[in-house]
Design a protein. Structure first.
Lengths: 441, 281
């Protein structure tokens, strides 16, 4: 009888240990905590598994190299803020995370990140990150290097770029002319045509900067584009968050909410724009590509475009970082593996954002995907040498202007006007309160 | 020895031990989380005791507005649900119209489909209808109306079912007697039928009020993210805010207290009326 009683106690105990148990089967385990849908998972367009995922490939690669079995526990988040609070609360322990630039800055400044083997004075990564050192775009490295953190190190010490992109409008060219959505002012246009036609992000950081371009439009217009410090000056305006700016942004967002804004969303926008729920969707470039692709597959096919407003926009980066206490050796090995150009192509073709890896395989992939057919007469030429670090010219079918290729590979000219976001720092709380007021208005 | 063993055997209560999984479940998934909420609500980001979270929330006009908006949505939804559900339940409980209860299933059928799917479908449908009729989208132009429509649609079965259960138990003889004794139909309705269904009404009201108070997904989709209610605010704090767990926990407690009050109110009205047996709670 006693045994029976013990059994009853044992059942829940077993159930609980079952949730945490089974750790002994692998020699090495690491946890990778990444955005959802942000790595090649080996499936085709219909979701059928047709190939080995990136994670699986890494596990096999590791086994071959060290003869040790490795398990990658792969977890996902939907916003960097969510990731941050989970790590902070200790509900997730990760060896490798992939936050956005402003979150990297915040976490590095708070001393929550381990440095990679990067030498700040030579500007080179060590042997353990050789693939990124050899194949990473110099343009991206320079951008990362230009951001200095509180401890005097640059971004590259704490983060290895994974993907980057811009933010602009995916729009329906049958409804809006390119010039109409080619400026942030469209969000404050009183014309009936604009009413309820836009979606913005239900993400404080992204929506905040849309209003910055409106609030400081005159000052931005007055900047000299030929000034070598143009980008730095624009970035300074872009990242303003003093009390007066917050108040102006608040007023601007409240006004837009009443007139032009149809929806605050994070994920549904890329489908809603295809359905035609509204005609312009503030989108990250990868989502824009996704929306354009899926609109083309519609019956009848629909053609959407992507526009970056002329005042400038946001260029964002997501990078691999190691939280304090991570298994540095294996984490660096994972990042190094993912920087192999073949692997980068796999991930890029699946995710749709732009990889900072620029090996020959990547350039071949770009040409194969986007270069105009020889028979097409009406083409335009784009020079991406600045990005690929070698002679890289491609001719694109003129009918494709303002579409997938332009979204994925903006020109140097455009990127000059794109700024990186900073963390709000001490003003974070005030901006949050402002955001709550805007949502409640 | 034999006797001792028997005694011991006697002390072990097999039926009682069946409670153990339940108790373990309650401890892990109800009591500990509740204490965690309490802990976060009364501490600051460093884990020291603090009432600042409460001061922050209650000193802000927007938070009050949000709480008020949640009440408005919940009350409106409850009232409209009752108004629609009452006649429906009345008809359903009439054997003449609803011989084999098929109609009851017709009203419950939508609940077999996941409510997010239903909400999204309703949103698209209403928006298309509104564009053709009024040249504007319901959810984009009238977020409050959209939210209430969505809530009523989703929670109507919760109002119908308790009312229907109660009405099945109504004493039809009393209604006939009242009519025979000369009461006109209106008088029969509010003198006889309503008093007999009060427990069902209370049950239906709590069943719709509680989920609307704490709802999040419906409000988010049916207002295109433009109408803040407590649920969306909690989500924002937990996922975005600095020290968000603390402010989010305060709001969760506020919601808990409001729901607790509505349950207490239900229990109080329960005591006055001993005949009440049909409520789901």
């Amino acid at each position: 009888m006693k045994i029976k009683k013990l059994l009853f106690l044992a059942i829940p105990a077993m159930a609980i240990s079952g949730l945490t148990g089974c750790g002994a089967k692998y020699d090495v385990k690491i946890t990778v905590y990444n955005w959802a849908d942000y790595i090649y998972d080996g499936t085709d367009d219909d979701g059928n598994i047709v190939d080995k995922s990136t994670v699986k490939r890494f596990e096999e690669y590791y086994k071959e190299k060290h003869n040790l079995s490795l398990k990658v526990e792969y977890r996902t988040f939907s916003t960097p803020e969510e990731m941050y609070s989970k790590l902070k609360a200790g509900s997730v322990k990760a060896d490798l995370i992939c936050p956005s630039d402003y979150m990297i800055q915040k976490m590095a400044n708070e001393g929550r990140l381990e440095p990679f083997s990067y030498n700040e004075s030579t500007g080179k990564y060590g042997e353990s990150l050789k693939n990124f050192e050899d194949n990473g775009s110099q343009f991206i490295k320079d951008r990362f290097k230009s951001v200095k953190l509180k401890d005097g190190n640059s971004f590259l010490t704490y983060a290895v770029p994974y993907f980057w992109g811009t933010m602009g409008f995916t729009y329906d060219p049958d409804y809006f002319e390119p010039e109409e959505v080619g400026t942030w002012e469209c969000l404050w246009n009183k014309d009936a045509k604009y009413k309820n036609q836009f979606s913005l992000k239900d993400s404080m950081r992204d929506t905040y900067v849309t209003a910055i371009f409106h609030v400081y439009r005159d000052e931005i217009k007055a900047l000299d584009e030929d000034d070598p410090d143009y980008n730095a000056k624009l970035t300074a305006i872009f990242n303003r968050c003093d009390d007066a700016t917050i108040a102006k942004v608040e007023a601007a967002l409240k006004e837009a909410k009443k007139t032009t804004i149809n929806t605050f969303e994070v994920d549904e926008g890329k489908d809603d724009i295809v359905k035609g729920a509204y005609h312009a969707n503030l989108a990250w470039s990868g989502d824009a590509i996704y929306a354009m692709d899926s609109a083309e597959e519609n019956e009848p096919a629909k053609y959407l475009n992507y526009a970056l407003p002329e005042e400038g926009s946001n260029v964002w980066f997501d990078g691999w970082c190691m939280p304090k206490g991570a298994n540095k050796e294996v984490a660096e090995e994972f990042v190094n593996f993912i920087s192999i150009p073949e692997i980068a192509v796999l991930n890029m073709s699946y995710v749709g954002y732009t990889s900072p890896i620029v090996g020959d395989e990547v350039w071949e992939y770009v040409k194969e995907t986007y270069a105009a057919d020889e028979k097409v007469e009406d083409t335009y030429e784009v020079d991406l040498s600045f990005y690929f670090g070698k002679e890289a010219k491609i001719s694109i079918d003129s009918e494709e202007e303002g579409r997938q290729f332009d979204a994925q590979y903006p020109t140097e000219e455009v990127l000059k006007k794109c700024c990186m976001m900073n963390d709000f720092g001490d003003q974070q709380k005030k901006v949050e309160e402002m955001w709550v007021r805007v949502k409640a208005a | 020895m034999e006797a001792v063993a028997r005694q011991r055997r006697h002390r072990f209560n097999f039926r009682g031990s069946l409670n153990i999984p339940f108790v373990v479940f309650m401890v892990f998934f109800v009591i500990i989380p509740l204490f965690l909420i309490l802990f976060y609500a009364f501490t600051d980001a460093e884990g020291h005791f603090s009432l600042k979270n409460w001061a922050d929330i209650f000193s802000s006009a927007e938070k009050w507005k949000t709480i008020g908006m949640t009440f408005l949505v919940a009350f409106a939804t409850t009232a409209i649900c009752l108004l629609i559900a009452y006649p429906i339940a009345f008809i359903l409980s009439n054997k003449k119209f609803n011989k084999n209860k098929v109609l009851v299933y017709v009203f419950l059928l939508p609940m077999w489909v996941n409510f997010v799917v239903r909400t999204m479908a309703l949103k698209d449908m209403l928006n298309v209808a509104f564009i053709t009729m009024f040249k504007t989208q319901l959810t984009a132009s009238y977020p409050l109306l959209g939210t209430i429509v969505g809530m009523v649609y989703d929670y109507l079965p919760f109002a119908i079912l308790p009312l229907y259960n109660q009405m099945l138990k109504m004493d039809k003889n009393q209604i006939e007697a009242a009519a025979d004794l000369g009461a006109n139909p209106v008088r029969v309705f509010y003198k006889v039928i309503i008093p007999m269904t009060v427990p069902g009404i209370i049950s239906a009201a709590t069943m719709t009020f509680m989920p609307t108070m704490s709802s999040y997904v419906i409000a988010f989709h049916m207002s295109n993210g433009k109408l803040p209610i407590i649920g969306t605010l909690i989500e924002f704090y937990f996922n975005t805010g600095t020290g968000g767990y603390n402010s989010g926990a305060v709001l969760s407690l506020v919601m808990l207290i409001i729901i607790g009050f509505s349950l207490v109110a239900e229990k109080l009205s329960d005591k006055k009326d001993d005949s009440r047996k049909a409520g789901i709670w």
